[in-house]
Ligand binder design. Structure first.
Ligand SMILES: [Zn+2]
Length: 282
């Protein structure tokens, strides 16, 4: 008998591979404004539709030795990488959050981030469809999870004698996170525009953090923006120095923010708790 947790973990991993395969479709089609449902996947060169047995996540890439069956065009290794990454993130969510609504919330967030990380990296685009669908999911799912940011509860305790029910607190945390996340990025963008007289980042980053804030809440949103900026500065400097592209090269800030958000989901709690301990009991 296989213990049920291992069985569920295997199922979560397989489910992640299948969703990762769908995210690949989203990554290649959404920036072009195409439907993710129709038509079925085709080779971009010869136009032959990909047979179901050649569309098995990760495995097909290796069976086909990374080439189209019909025309032998090289298939990007990004495809199996996205599938594997999604499966590992889903597995990590299950490992950290267990059998809970939180697992559903964070797997959805990871899937959204995977799409944004790759569309911004490849095309410098953060599609509205992803940002706004994500924002809606983040706000709705907040009613079903326990609030753990503490900001809304802190405010409610000062405003009301009896704090509102937990779903309302949780929803307020999501709203605060969204407003602060979108607002901070908008301010940074405005400042950059005033300073240098040209657009430093697209409005896509603002909408991305509006969405991410709804999932993360105030503290994790601020941590994500800080970490994303540090990652962007370090990796951006390395990239600009090591390549011949000038300092005008547009960095995929959404990719850094997305990577930062993933790190905050899995490793942010100790930082948030430590930060909180600086203020409590003084
Ligand atoms: Zn082909």
């Amino acid at each position: 008998m296989v213990p049920p947790t291992q069985l569920i973990a295997a199922f979560v991993f397989l489910f992640g591979l299948i969703i990762g395969s769908f995210l690949n479709v989203c990554i290649s089609r959404l920036p072009k404004g195409k439907s993710v449902v129709r038509p079925s996947s085709r080779c971009p060169r010869c136009g032959k539709s990909i047979r179901p047995y050649d569309n098995i996540p990760v495995l097909s890439y290796f069976f086909l030795a990374g080439k189209c069956r019909a025309c032998k065009m090289r298939i990007s290794p990004v495809y199996p990488a996205v599938e594997l990454l999604t499966a590992l993130l889903f597995l990590a969510c299950y490992a950290v959050f267990g059998n809970s609504v939180e697992t559903i919330k964070w797997t959805a967030f990871c899937a959204i981030l995977v799409v944004l990380i790759f569309t911004d990296w490849r095309e410098r685009l953060l599609p509205d469809t992803v940002n706004f669908t994500g924002l809606a999911i983040g706000l709705v799912v907040s009613f079903f999870v326990r609030p753990d940011d503490g900001t809304a509860l802190w405010i409610a305790n000062r405003l009301f004698e009896f704090p509102p029910p937990m779903p309302v607190i949780s929803f307020a945390d999501a709203l605060i996170g969204a407003i602060v996340g979108g607002g901070l990025l908008w301010l940074v963008g405005e400042g950059y525009f005033r300073l240098r007289g040209r657009e430093g980042m697209g409005f896509g980053d603002v909408k991305m953090m509006l969405m991410a804030g709804a999932f993360l809440g105030l503290r994790r949103t601020i941590l994500t923006i800080l970490l994303g900026s540090v990652l962007g500065a370090i990796l951006g400097a390395i990239f600009i120095l090591s390549s011949r592209k000038g300092s005008d090269y547009e960095l995929p800030f959404g990719t850094f923010l997305g990577a930062a958000a993933l790190l905050v989901v899995f490793f942010g709690t100790p930082v948030v708790t430590w930060y909180q301990s600086l203020f409590v009991m003084r």
